[in-house]
Design a binder for this molecule. Structure first.
Ligand SMILES: [Zn+2]
Length: 382
C-alpha cells in the first residue's frame, strides 16, 4: 500500500467537463482550501428542481427490481441520499449506508483533540455523527511535531510513541467506522523542502502506525519548483474570487459546445490555450498575483460584470475593515491602562461568544495575540 500520496492544490480547481453552473458561493478556509459546511453539502443541487414529475418517477422507482434500485442509490448525490434518509422509510437504511460511504467526502477532525484522548467535552462535534463517518481529514497542528518528537536539551529527539498510539486509539474509538484518514498538513507549511521531505517525522510516524484496514495518506502543499515561487498570501476572499475568475474565462471560451482558443489576457505573457482547462492551470500557476488584470480580462457578460462588481464591493469592505483596525490600534496606543483593559475585555468577550470564531481556549485568542504583536512591532519600529 502507498502510505504517502501527493495531493497538489491544483487538483482542487474546477476542470472541464463542467457539469454545473458557475458557483457564486465559495466556502474556503483561511489557508485557502475549499471546505464545505455540512448544510451546503446536503443542500439539493439546482439541477434537481423539476418537481412536477417527482411523485410519478418515485412510484416507478419503487416498482423497479431491488438490485436496480440499489444501483440507482449508489449513483445518487449526497444531497438526494440525505433527503431519502429523512423522508423515505423504505430506503432509509440503504440510503444511509451509501451516504456515509461516499469516498469523496471527508469530515474534519483536529489532530490535537485526538492526541488528547478525544474527550467529548473538549470538542464541538456530535459524537453520534462521528460514529457514522467513514472518511476523516485530520487537521494536523504543527504543535504535534514537538509533542511527538520531543527535542532534548542536548538536541537529541525523544519519540513519544505513546502519543501515536493514543492518536489511533482515539480515532478508532470516536470514529469506529473509519476507513480512510488524511492528515492535512497545509497550515504554516512554508519551508523550502520539496516532495516527501516536507513531511515532518512526527507525521510520518503517525502514518506508519496506521492500523490495518485504514487507508492513510497525507495532504500537503507542495511548492512548485519555479524561479518565482508562488505565494498564497492573498486575502481569503480574494482567492475565492480568483478561482471563479479563472473558471469564468475558461468557460466563456470552451463551455456549452464552444471551442474558441484564446491567448493569455496578461499582456506580457505569450501563452495560448487551445483546449478547455489549460487556462485554469496556467492562471493558477503563473498569474495568481495578478488578480486585477485577470478581472479586467473577463468578457463583459453578466458573469464578468458580476465578478467585477463583487471585487469592487470587496475593495470597499477591505478599506472599511482597515479603517476600523487603524481606529482600534490608535485607541490602544493613546489609551491609559484602564482603557486598554476595557478594549481587551470587550474583544475577548466578543470572540468567546461568536460562533464564527474559534477561540481555542476561553479567555485567549490567536487573533488578539496577532493584534498585540502588530501594535508592538509598529511601536518598536517608530
Ligand atoms: Zn499568461
Amino acid at each position: 500500500m502507498h502510505r504517502y500520496a501527493v495531493c497538489n492544490l491544483l487538483t482542487t480547481l474546477s476542470y472541464p467537463p463542467w457539469t454545473k453552473g458557475l458557483d457564486r458561493v465559495v466556502y474556503i478556509t483561511r489557508s485557502g482550501e475549499e471546505q464545505f459546511p455540512f448544510h451546503a453539502y446536503v443542500h439539493p443541487d439546482d439541477t434537481c428542481t423539476d418537481k412536477s414529475h417527482h411523485s410519478a418517477t418515485f412510484w416507478s422507482f419503487s416498482r423497479l427490481p431491488e438490485e436496480i434500485q440499489l444501483h440507482v442509490l449508489a449513483i445518487c448525490p449526497a444531497s438526494i441520499l440525505f433527503q431519502l434518509m429523512h423522508t423515505c422509510s423504505k430506503l432509509r437504511t440503504e440510503a444511509s449506508k451509501q451516504f456515509w460511504a461516499k469516498a469523496d467526502a471527508y469530515f474534519p477532525v483536529e489532530a490535537h483533540w485526538l492526541i488528547n484522548k478525544a474527550y467529548p467535552g473538549d470538542s464541538v462535534w456530535n459524537m453520534t455523527f462521528l460514529a457514522q463517518v467513514h472518511s476523516v481529514e485530520v487537521d494536523y497542528s504543527l504543535v504535534l511535531n514537538d509533542r511527538i518528537c520531543m527535542r532534548q536539551q542536548d538536541e537529541r529527539v525523544e519519540i513519544q510513541s505513546n502519543l501515536v498510539d493514543i492518536f489511533w486509539a482515539s480515532l478508532q474509538n470516536r470514529v469506529p467506522n473509519v476507513k480512510r484518514v488524511i492528515p492535512n498538513y497545509n497550515k504554516g507549511n512554508t519551508g523550502r523542502e520539496y516532495g516527501l521531505d516536507r513531511i515532518p517525522l512526527a507525521l510520518r510516524l503517525l502514518i506508519e502506525a496506521s492500523p490495518h484496514g485504514i487507508e492513510s495518506s497525507v495532504l500537503f502543499l507542495e511548492r512548485k519548483q519555479t524561479s518565482h515561487p508562488t505565494t498564497w498570501r492573498t486575502a481569503t476572499w480574494r482567492r475565492c474570487l480568483l478561482r471563479r475568475t479563472e473558471q469564468a474565462l475558461d468557460r466563456h471560451h470552451f463551455d456549452m459546445g464552444r471551442n474558441e482558443p484564446f491567448s493569455c489576457p496578461v499582456a506580457s505573457c505569450t501563452a495560448y490555450f487551445s483546449k478547455s482547462g489549460q487556462w485554469t492551470i496556467h492562471a493558477a500557476e503563473e498569474h495568481y498575483q495578478e488578480w486585477k488584470r485577470l478581472l479586467e480580462s473577463l468578457p463583459s457578460s453578466s458573469v464578468g460584470a458580476g465578478l467585477r462588481e463583487r471585487n469592487q464591493a470587496l475593495d470597499r469592505k477591505t478599506r472599511e475593515v482597515q479603517e476600523q483596525y487603524k481606529e482600534m490600534k490608535d485607541a490602544w496606543k493613546t489609551g491609559d491602562e484602564a482603557r486598554r483593559g476595557e478594549i481587551q475585555r470587550s474583544w475577548i468577550e466578543q470572540l468567546d461568544n461568536d460562533a464564527a470564531w474559534e477561540t481555542e481556549k476561553k479567555g485567549t485568542s490567536e487573533l488578539w495575540n496577532q493584534f498585540m504583536e502588530d501594535v508592538h512591532t509598529e511601536h518598536s519600529s517608530t
